[in-house]
Design a protein around this ligand. Structure first.
Ligand code: NDP
Ligand code: AOF
Length: 595
């Protein structure tokens, strides 16, 4: 369903519509402006961390002044709402909080909602409901249950300015919305072409068509994606690096799709010292070359049918939210035909190269009449240096507006419905249904700082503690530095990045018994987390009878692997902990009955 706004049906809507005189219009304009600001804010972490649901919060006083604002930096960090009310301090009381998206308090601890309630916020305006089914509506319901007036754009109010503001909220979380309703990640096809529609000269040479400024924009696009994809021919022709080149921030995985595996033995993409590369290929293709790639640290994933849809479904399962396609026209045509491309970003350079054989951005789509052409929607034009950047959507952002339930019906919706009827519970990303089982979940633990130390510190997540433990007890100041860098990392993913890369680059800094103790380290940290947070313990206990599997297809030690080939140690430890708790509670029940 394309973007649209529905007719009002709830009492709140009618109240709002009745107030739609000039004063009402002013309110709408203010609300729209602050919601847009929240949406802009929510995108601030783009390129700094891996893509995640984007949340922004603006607190505005009754006189229309911004008192505080915040955005979610990465998954597993402090919610935008908590940051904003902290910044606003006493001004929060009676103010309005503008949220581009309903909070995703997915761990039962309701941090975002509590922050707003405790700060005395009087009214909350929400751009869109949370797209994920298991979170949608619950924070709104909870806020209302605390007597806070909550208005959801498109449900409680309608007007042109609010429609535009709501659209900006949909745009900043388009990848998440796609995740909620399709089985493929949000995909953007990007290319640079000359004014005569060529992406290379007839020799295949393409460096460079677009200007330096445009290419810097491409680095930003890469930094905001989980992965960048090219086809085998682009690797052979260009030997690309596909890095984001911004120094500190997030770097996407590089993916090569090649059926033949007829690829060079030496290539920039096989250097995985900084960024990983995955080659997706046809099952059974050039086994000897697969071995060579594996020896260089390149992951090879075989597919029975190597096509864009299969590959995208696979990366969806790996938790990828957004993918940037930087391939040539052959693979681009195949991806468009498979329906996996959602958006197109084209840099058009004012140059003419000519050449009958020179490649164009999209190969054969089998169309013969101009009436069959695919029309982009929501098209934007922007001049970037000498180039023109044209972007637009090939598919509308799905509108997940529910058929608006009545207030009573809203209360009847069971937010904790478990879609996994089967006895296997998968968990991975923190925003998923059982996201609190992930090491990245935002639950700080008090654990020792150093081996057998009495010096207990707060670690922002189990992942922080686990990664730092690799370097504990090593007599080397550099190892101490690693521990401190990991402890103070801004997010669990940064902690993981530092821990993993240091372990790879400086194995001498890792404690010698790490392989023997790592399971115990993890277990102790998990035990601390689940004992510290009773609601997490309850969620764990509620899974009794189910097998817990960390749905990480690439981590074959802690995760379950793609086809169950992983050892799933994280899932196992959680089940062990669950048994321990169940044992403890049955012993205490026995003691109580004896007493
Ligand atoms: N200006 C720009 O923005 C860009 C320009 N280019 C230029 O484009 C040219 C290369 O274009 P092109 O040949 O189209 O390269 P592609 O990147 O589209 O690579 C095509 C290759 O992709 C692999 N592939 C795997 N699965 C599929 C599938 N289902 N459908 C189609 N291909 C699949 C095959 O590799 P294999 O043969 O290994 O099996 C195929 O040969 C180069 O000159 C390069 O410089 C490239 C990217 C961007
Ligand atoms: N030629 C061309 C592009 N080409 C794309 O960039 C890749 C090279 O990236 P890297 O090795 O990281 O610099 C190349 O393989 C292709 O995918 N991109 C652009 O923005 N503008 C250009 O003019």
């Amino acid at each position: 369903m394309a973007l649209s706004f529905r007719l009002c049906s709830s009492p709140l809507i009618c109240r709002a519509t009745l107030a739609s005189n000039d004063n009402g219009r002013n309110h709408h304009a203010n609300d729209a402006a602050f919601i847009r600001r929240a949406a802009d804010l929510s995108e601030k972490s783009a390129g700094l961390t891996s893509p995640h649901p984007n949340f922004g919060c603006v607190i505005a006083t009754s006189s229309g002044k911004v008192a505080g604002e915040g955005y979610l930096y990465a998954q597993g960090t402090k919610p935008a709402e908590a940051i904003a009310v902290e910044a606003a301090g006493e001004f929060s009381r009676g103010s309005t909080a503008y949220l581009n998206m309903e909070p995703g308090d997915c761990h039962g601890d309701h941090t975002a909602v509590s922050a707003l309630v405790q700060a005395g916020i009087g009214r909350v305006v929400v751009g869109i409901r949370h797209p994920l089914q298991h979170l949608r509506g619950s924070a709104i319901r909870e806020l209302r249950s605390h007597g806070i007036e909550v208005n959801v754009l498109g449900e409680d109010f309608q007007s042109k300015v609010l429609e535009d503001a709501r659209k900006s909220c949909l745009l900043v979380n388009a990848p998440l919305i796609h995740r909620a309703c399709s089985r493929v990640p949000f995909s953007v096809l990007k290319y640079a072409m000359t004014l005569d529609g060529k992406i290379a000269a007839s020799s295949g040479h393409a460096a460079w068509i677009s200007s330096k400024l445009s290419r810097t924009r491409v680095f930003e696009l890469r930094g905001g994606s989980d992965a960048v994809i090219v086809g085998g021919n682009t690797v052979r022709q260009d030997d690309p690096r596909l890095t984001a080149r911004h120094g500190q921030g997030h770097t996407p995985t590089r993916i090569v799709m090649s059926q033949s595996l007829d690829l060079p033995e030496e290539a920039n993409l096989w250097d995985v010292s900084e960024v990983s590369t995955i080659v997706a290929t046809q099952r059974g293709a050039r086994k000897s070359f697969q071995k060579l790639l594996a020896s260089k640290g390149v992951e090879v994933v075989e597919f029975d049918m190597l096509n864009p849809r299969e590959v995208m479904e696979y990366f969806h399962l790996r938790g990828y939210l957004s993918i940037l396609w930087e391939c040539g026209g052959t693979l681009a045509a195949s991806a468009i035909s498979s329906g996996v491309i959602h958006k197109v970003v084209a840099f058009v350079a004012p140059k003419i190269i000519g050449g009958r054989q020179a490649p164009s951005p999209v190969g054969d789509l089998g169309m013969v009449e101009m009436t069959q052409a695919l029309n982009l929607i929501d098209v934007c034009y922007e001049q970037v240096g000498p180039d023109m950047l044209v972007s637009g959507f090939l598919q509308p952002i799905p509108d997940l507006l529910p058929v608006i339930p009545s207030e009573e019906a809203t209360f009847e919706i069971e937010p904790s419905v478990n879609p996994f009827e089967a006895s296997i519970i998968f968990f991975y990303k923190t925003w998923d249904l059982y996201g609190s089982f992930s090491n990245f979940s935002p639950h700080p633990v008090r654990m020792p700082y150093g081996e057998e130390s009495d010096d207990y510190r707060t670690w922002s997540s189990v992942e922080h503690y686990y990664q730092a433990s690799k370097f504990v007890g090593v007599e080397n100041p550099l190892a101490h530095d690693c521990v401190e860098r990991i402890r103070t990392a801004r997010s669990p993913e940064e902690a993981a990045l530092i821990g993993r890369s240091k372990q790879r680059q400086n194995p001498e800094l890792v404690r010698s018994d790490w392989e023997d103790v790592k399971i115990e380290v993890m277990y102790t940290a998990l035990k601390c987390k689940f004992s510290t947070y009773p609601h997490l313990k309850s969620i764990l206990l509620s899974t009794a009878g189910s097998v817990l599997v960390e749905a990480s297809p690439h981590d074959l030690f802690w995760g379950g692997g793609r086809e169950g080939e992983g050892l799933n140690y994280l899932g196992r430890l959680l089940m062990q902990l669950r048994s321990e708790y169940i044992g403890e509670s049955s012993v205490s029940a026995q003691n109580a009955s004896l007493a």
